[in-house]
Write a protein that binds this ligand. Structure first.
Ligand code: NDP
Ligand code: MG
Length: 387
């Protein structure tokens, strides 16, 4: 198989986007970032363009682009403005692989465009699968495109699955760091500040996913992500807390064998694997040190203190419109929490309330999913005003 070396990085200014560019730089040779996108961090986009010489850049936020002076963008680099630019970049004929690293449902349309064009979709944007897992996986089947997980847990499962056949899988076990409140009491969690919630113990990530890790909504979204990526029923997806983030996830086969993937925590590793699969290439990521003693903890999840988790299994089981509604409610609630408008436990309480109040649609099309996304955001805003 020929290596797929031309890459579009959607969300290049973010944590995953920058890690992807580091990986491309270290791979060198034929590997190339053909296109980059940003939303509002446009000085960073220009800096990255000077470093990586893409053919095309996209500034997805028209307001930020309208205020920005692009004169230092290198000569010959084309630019597109607005969300349609993301779709154009994902569809670019010269692009083999689209790294979808936009945060939130804003990344759905471009992920879907890449899937429809039969690209390799290296997916960090888990929200796209949560909102529209059925549409996205069908689009890939029709086009012959590939879906490679970037999320570390799903990359681990993808790798471990290669040890057996899909009918031999008994269950998958997603590991969770437990976030900054793993050892906090419910009373302490109720009073958590924005700074407390942003202090993740093992991973450096964007603000939204960091808050999702603190509520453990991130793991709920990952249960739904696993349901679509690996076509598994909710009851075959389990979660265990593993604070060291060394075991990235596991697959248990019908004979009782458990196959896991391990490494020191570094997102460049699953990103590189999504780019180079099926090849493995030396990477600059830190390696395990087996010369000293070490111990790893595994603990059961606590749904009482982290009620977001139950939403994961519920949405994975019900499917339909549930993912779009919970995802949008969560995005809006996280934003309100970051702005100091609601308290920490209200993020998940709001998501539960909006899920229960929505009119369930078992097989929504894209237009309906987008309408529900807008509806759920409005519901959260109205509800927050009453809190
Ligand atoms: P960041 O917040 O660091 O980056 C988000 C990127 O998306 C930025 O480039 C940002 O542009 C862009 N963006 C934001 N809003 C929009 C929008 N409305 N339209 C288009 N582009 C937009 O997030 P992360 O890199 O941490 O996360 C990205 C995705 O990867 C998320 O889905 C997350 O769940 C997932 N993920 C992240 C992990 C991590 O370690 N960070 C691990 C596993 C999954 P700008 O900065 O210019 O405003
Ligand atoms: Mg993850």
């Amino acid at each position: 198989m020929l290596a797929k070396t031309t890459v579009a990085v959607l969300g290049a200014t973010g944590s995953i986007g920058r890690a992807t560019l580091d990986v491309l730089e270290s791979l060198g040779g034929p590997w190339r970032a053909v296109g980059l996108s940003a939303h509002s961090r446009l000085p960073e986009l220009v800096e990255l363009s000077q470093r990586f010489s893409p053919d095309l850049v996209v500034a997805a936020c028209p307001e930020s682009a309208g205020r920005f002076d692009f004169t230092s963008l290198p000569a010959g680099v084309k630019r597109l403005i607005g969300p349609e630019g993301l779709i154009a970049l994902a569809e670019l004929p010269e692009v083999d692989t689209v790294v979808a690293a936009v945060v939130g449902s804003a990344g759905l349309a471009s992920s879907l465009a890449a899937a429809r064009q039969g690209k390799r979709l290296a997916l960090a944007n888990k929200e796209a699968l949560v909102v529209a897992g059925s549409l996205l996986t069908h689009a890939l089947k029709r086009s012959g495109g590939e879906l490679l997980p970037v999320d570390s847990e799903h990359s681990a499962i993808f790798q471990a699955l290669q040890a057996g056949r899909s009918r031999e899988v008994a269950r998958v076990v997603l590991t969770a760091s437990g976030g900054p409140f793993r050892t906090w009491t419910a009373g302490q969690i109720a009073k958590a500040t924005v700074d407390d919630a942003l202090a993740h113990p093992t991973w450096q990530m964007g603000r939204k996913i960091t808050i999702d890790s603190a509520t453990m909504m991130n793991k709920a979204l990952e249960v739904i992500e696993a349901r679509w990526l690996f076509d598994l029923p909710a009851e075959k997806i389990q979660v265990v807390v593993h604070p060291q983030s060394i075991i990235h996830s596991m697959v248990e086969f019908v004979d009782g064998s458990v196959v896991a993937q391990l490494s020191p925590p570094d997102m460049r590793l699953p990103i590189q694997y999504a780019l180079t699969y099926p090849d493995r290439i030396p990477s600059p990521c830190p390696k395990m040190d087996w010369t000293g003693a070490m111990s790893w903890d595994l603990e059961p999840v606590d749904i009482e203190r982290f009620p977001a988790l139950s939403l994961g299994w519920e949405v994975a089981e019900r499917g339909g419109s549930c993912g779009a509604v919970v995802n949008a409610a969560n995005e809006a609630a996280v934003e309100l929490f970051l702005q100091g408008e609601i308290k920490f436990p209200e993020i998940v309480a709001g998501c539960r309330r909006v899920l229960e109040h929505h009119n369930f649609d078992p097989s929504p099309e894209l237009g309906e999913l987008m309408r529900l996304d807008g509806w759920a955001r409005e519901e959260i805003t109205k509800w927050a005003a009453l809190c």
